[in-house]
Design a protein around this ligand. Structure first.
Ligand SMILES: [Zn+2]
Length: 485
């Protein structure tokens, strides 16, 4: 006869023993296995962790704008006989040659191990000779460690290390700002382990005076400096024999579009004239196919040329109109309101907005002092006297006036007034309701006009925050009344 209690204790012990055995085996693999086996284990673990992270982010996302990129399937497609692409939030490309493979961009860290595995399954055997990084943004460099082998060259722009340095130094600041726009992001950046940002050391650098040219397996490669775009460290890969351009984020996530001259996410200045020069350079190449690191390849020499010329001319037009307005003594706000693209240069403003480009170019040249008010010189913002203004005028009276502006579709004027009212009482119900209406009107207008994803994401964030205030339960990354809607 068996003793059920003893049996269950035996089974329990057996489970523990098997568990320990498995743990010891894994440790043995990690400690004593060959480098290849360790690497394979690391890739498998990174893929499993990355799949979980991707699922969590996707489950939090309501779609629209940047969130749509999360739903792009991670899969391989072959663009021609030598170019393999793993899709995802950002794409990873491999140019396969008989003398080894060249990788262009390594994707988002949490998707990169899977991208590497599925590319490995599709690629012919070969060493990874080069990993070329289009710029230092997280979604383009995240998988670098999964690709680099002993002899692999890491190719980046000369400005890459400095751009990576400041993005890492300001990681907390930038993360908290990005989370306002993209609330599906994890609460905090990953600062250690295989997904951590900021550890890449290029072994070959390029700049305007030093492009990198090499031939491998009968294919010529040219890595060209194309600053501007998404950063000073932007570069492109050109295959002159195939007329194919790997553009990273040189054109932003869509092509063609009006670019983000510099982004509202809080990053460093991007230089407009350098960007125009970069576009000139790419027009001269005459690409037949563009392979961007987001979304789909673009084909057709004539169409590509026409769109590149349009982008260059649109940026040039906005730049020159801003300079002319500055010299004519106009204010930045006057120019933001009046400068528009003429019809032949009309481009999608889904990513960059012309009025923000005007402000960017203005501040790029004139910097922080607008010669508008003495108060600009001192650490005493207008907010410091708003509570007194609210007391003086009365919060109800200001709110009533603001509501009339909302009624007249003057929503930004209403928001100015409501900042005063809410400085007097941050939980004033009518003021919060008027703010909600103004924000909702602006969102409706954004959806009905340029559909600019950053504008819509910001307005949605402020609407969420206002709803939370109304519900009396506010938990914000920054105090709600210190950010201007
Ligand atoms: Zn990107």
């Amino acid at each position: 006869m068996t003793n059920p209690r003893r049996d269950s204790r035996f089974l329990h012990l057996k489970k523990i023993a098997l568990g320990l055995l498995a743990l010891v085996s894994i440790c043995a693999v990690v400690l004593f296995a060959s480098k290849d086996a360790r690497r394979a284990t690391e890739l498998r673990l990174a893929e499993a962790a990355g799949n979980i992270a991707t699922r969590v982010v996707a489950s939090r996302s309501e779609g629209g704008g940047a969130a749509d990129f999360i739903s792009i399937p991670i899969e391989v497609r072959k663009l021609n006989e030598i170019i393999f692409q793993a899709r995802g939030v950002a794409n990873t490309q491999v140019i396969a040659t008989s003398e080894g493979h060249v990788v262009f961009d390594t994707g988002l860290a949490t998707q990169a191990a899977k991208q590497r595995r599925i590319l490995d399954d599709a690629l012919p055997p070969g060493d990874i000779t080069h990993v070329i990084l289009s710029h230092s943004h997280q979604d383009h460099v995240g998988g670098t460690r999964f690709w680099v082998e002993d002899e692999t060259e890491i190719v980046a722009h000369r400005a890459f290390s400095e751009e990576q340095r400041y993005l890492l130094d300001l990681q907390d600041y930038l993360w908290s700002r990005n989370r306002m726009l993209f609330p599906f992001m994890p609460e905090n950046p990953i600062k250690s382990g295989p997904f951590a940002y900021g550890v890449i050391e290029p072994t070959l650098v390029v700049d305007d005076t030093k492009p990198l040219r090499f031939e491998q397996g009968g294919i010529r490669f040219e890595v060209l400096s194309t600053p501007g775009a998404e950063g000073l460290d932007n570069l492109c890969l050109w295959l002159p024999d195939k007329l194919i351009l790997f553009s990273g984020d040189t054109f932003g996530p869509n092509f063609p579009q009006f670019p983000n001259i510099f982004t509202m996410r809080g990053e460093k200045v991007r230089k407009p004239i350098e960007y125009i020069a970069s576009l000139e350079r790419l027009i001269e190449l005459g690409p037949e196919m563009i392979v961007p690191s987001h979304q789909d390849p673009i084909r057709g020499r004539e169409k590509i040329r026409a769109d590149l010329v349009k982008m260059r001319d649109a940026v040039r037009y906005v730049h020159d109109a801003t300079i002319a307005g500055m010299n004519a003594g106009k204010t930045v706000h006057e120019l933001m309101a009046e400068i528009e693209l003429p019809e032949p240069l009309a481009l999608s403003q889904i990513h960059g907005r012309v009025s923000w480009a005007v402000k960017s170019i203005w501040e790029y040249y004139a910097t922080w002092f607008h010669f508008d008010s003495t108060t600009e010189l001192y650490a005493v913002p207008v907010r410091s006297v708003q509570p007194e203004l609210a007391r003086l005028a009365g919060i109800d009276a200001i709110t009533k006036l603001a509501a009339e502006h909302v009624e007249a579709d003057e929503n930004v004027e209403a928001l100015h007034l409501l900042e005063v009212a809410l400085a007097g009482d941050s939980s004033h119900r009518a003021a919060l309701e008027a703010r909600l209406s103004a924000l909702q009107n602006l969102l409706n207008q954004a959806e009905g006009s340029f559909q600019n994803s950053y504008e819509m994401d910001w307005l949605k964030y402020r609407i969420r925050a206002t709803n939370e205030s109304l519900a009396g339960a506010m938990q914000m990354p920054i105090r709600r009344d210190t950010a201007s809607p």
